[in-house]
Design a protein around this ligand. Sequence first.
Ligand code: 0GY
Length: 296
Amino acid sequence: MTHFSPDSDWLHWHQEPSKPNFAPPKGAVDAHCHVFGPGDQFPFAPERKYTPCDASKNELWTLRDFLGFSRNVIVQATCHGADNRALVDALQSSKGMARGVATVKVSITDDELQNLHDAGVRGVRFNFVKRLVDSLPFDDLQVIANRIQDLGWHIVIYFEAAELPELYDFFTSLPTTIVVDHMGRPDVSKSVDGPEFGLFTKLLRENTNFWSKVSCPERLSLVGPSGYKDVVPFARRIVETFPDRVLWGTDWPHPNMKSHMPDDGHLVDIIPQIATTEALQQKLLVDNPMRLYWGE
Ligand code: 0GY
């Protein structure tokens, strides 16, 4: 058994989040969160770019209930590489209340893909954020995209806004539903009406197979946790323009946050600012994730 110590500058997830004032609609889904380890049971990958503290499935279920959510979509974090055992273990003990997004290599067999499907995996994630990967996964993504189509899975992509111009043609050539993490990480010091975010809204407008997570104000904000006010207009624009193709998630346990650790209750309280009507909240938190991950 290997014991892992978190990186010396690793920030532990918030252990006493506040109770949100906003009550999510019945059946709400936290559609972007992770489990880390526990490392003693599910070792972190040798090729990882960071070593986190543990964040177990049971701690995730406790947070889900506390925040007033019903379900989770657990996204494989890069610290576990393509070893999906911690993810699968969480899905299998979720009583059907969690779905997953895995990381796979091209060497994966059809039987292994089917086993992931049976456990509740409905997508694969490819990371184009350069600090998190050794090389950009163009070739692997192309091959896997063709193989997962029959399973009805989608692809989750993570990239930074400055990289979108050079990635645009590749992404739009892909055959499946594509979900973009954290609105493609816009630089929120720029205008919501400017060319950089304009390219992201064009991506969604002209390609109806693209969805966006409107998550992670804590990662994108320059003004910080007093309300993440600089991120709100970006998220609100996406929710109001593409109400049927948006998802929301806590991003618990918030890997690689260096400036501060967000209070998950405060993150929930931002939802009514970005989805300003009950109809939009119902789509964002229930109807959209249930359609994509539970086929309902
Ligand atoms: C996120 C953000 C990050 C990391 C990961 O899988 C990961 O390691 O997702 C990040 O460092 O920006 O989406 O949770």
